[in-house]
Design a protein around this ligand. Sequence first.
Ligand SMILES: NC(=O)c1ccc[n+]([C@@H]2O[C@H](COP(=O)([O-])OP(=O)(O)OC[C@H]3O[C@@H](n4cnc5c(N)ncnc54)[C@H](OP(=O)(O)O)[C@@H]3O)[C@@H](O)[C@H]2O)c1
Length: 337
Amino acid sequence: MILVTGGTGFVGAHLLYHLTKEGKQVKALKRPGSETKLTRKIFSYYAEKPDEQFNLVQWIEGDILDYHSLTDAFEGVTKLYHAAAMVSFHTGDRDKVIRINSTGTANVVNAALEKNIEKMCYVSSVGVLGRDNNKELTDEESQWKTSNKSSVYSKSKYEAEREVWRGMAEGLNAVIVNPSIVVGPGNWQAGSPQVFETLWKGLKFYTGGMNGFVDVNDLARAMILLMEGDYSGERYIISAENVSYKQFFEWMAEAMNLPAPKFKAGPFLSGIGWRMLKVLELFTGKKPGITRETARTANQVYRYSTKKFTEATGMEFIPVKESVERTAELFLKEMKE
Ligand SMILES: NC(=O)c1ccc[n+]([C@@H]2O[C@H](COP(=O)([O-])OP(=O)(O)OC[C@H]3O[C@@H](n4cnc5c(N)ncnc54)[C@H](OP(=O)(O)O)[C@@H]3O)[C@@H](O)[C@H]2O)c1
C-alpha cells in the first residue's frame, strides 16, 4: 500500500492522479477539516472518469505535526511519498513554516522508521542547494550555505531534507527529489499556479532573473520512476529547462492572448514594490503577492543541471513552453466557465 502526504495540494494531487491511473492502491493523508476539492478538480483535467478514479484514493485523517496520527496512518504502508509542506514566503508565517516543514518532516521520518516503511520519496526543493547568482550550473553536489538572503521557506526545506538524510543514516530507504519551479494547473490563487492569474489580472512588470521550471506531471512521473526503480540514498534535481522570467512571461502572455509585461522591475523597483505591499497589508490584512523574499529571488539568475536524473533514468521532460501552453488553456477554460 502506498501513502501520499500533501495529496490535497498541487503536487500531491497530481501524484495521486498518476498513481491511481496506474491502478495502484493509494492512501492519502489529509488534515482534519482540509478539503479534497482541489484534488478532485485536478483529476477532472486529465481523467476519462474523474470521479471513479478519485474514489480509488482512500483518505485518511492525520497531521504531520501529530506523530501518533502518522504511526496510525502508516499501518500497512510499504511506500511513502512525502509532499506535505507549508509553502509560504510571508513573514507572519515564519514559525509555522519552520514547524510544519522541519518538525513535520522529522515526524514523518521517525514514523517511517518505526513502521519499517520499505521506501520513501521526499519532495525537497532546489532552494536547499547552494546557489550562486549568475554562476555555473547548480547541481546536486552544491551544498547549502547559510545566508541572511535565504528565505525562511528555503531554510525550512533545508532542515527538512537534513531530517531525511538523518533518517537514511538510521536505515531508512529513501530517495529525494529537488524540483525547480513547478508549472501546472492548481489553485490559481496560491502557490506556483498563481502566476497565471497574476498575468491575467494585468501584470505590467517582469524581473531580470532566471530560474529552472518543470511540468507538474513530469515531477509526478519522475517521483514514481525513482520509487519503482533501483534508486536510493540520492537526491535528484527535477527541472526541465532554465528560462528567464521575461521569456516565461512572454510564453504565458502569448498562450493567454494577452500583452506581455513591458517594464523591467530591477532589484530597486521590486524592493519598493514589496515594501508598499507590506504597508498595504497593515490596512487590508491581505497577504501581499510579493514579499521581500520573492522579490529578491525574482532578480537572481539560477540555473540547474538535471544531468544526474536524466542520465540515470533516461526520462525526457515536456518543454516549459508546452507546459505553459497546456496550463494556460486550462486556466482560460475555467475563467470562461
Ligand atoms: N510548487 C512548487 O513550485 C514547488 C517547487 C519545489 C518544491 N515544492 C515542494 O513540493 C511540495 C508540494 O508543494 P505544493 O506546491 O503542492 O504545495 P501546496 O499546494 O501548498 O500543498 C501543500 C500540501 O501540504 C499539506 N500540509 C500542509 N501542512 C500540513 C500538515 N501539518 N499536515 C499534513 N499535511 C499538511 C497541505 O494540506 P492542507 O490541504 O491541509 O493545507 C497540502 O496538501 C512541498 O514540499 C514543496 O516544498 C514545490
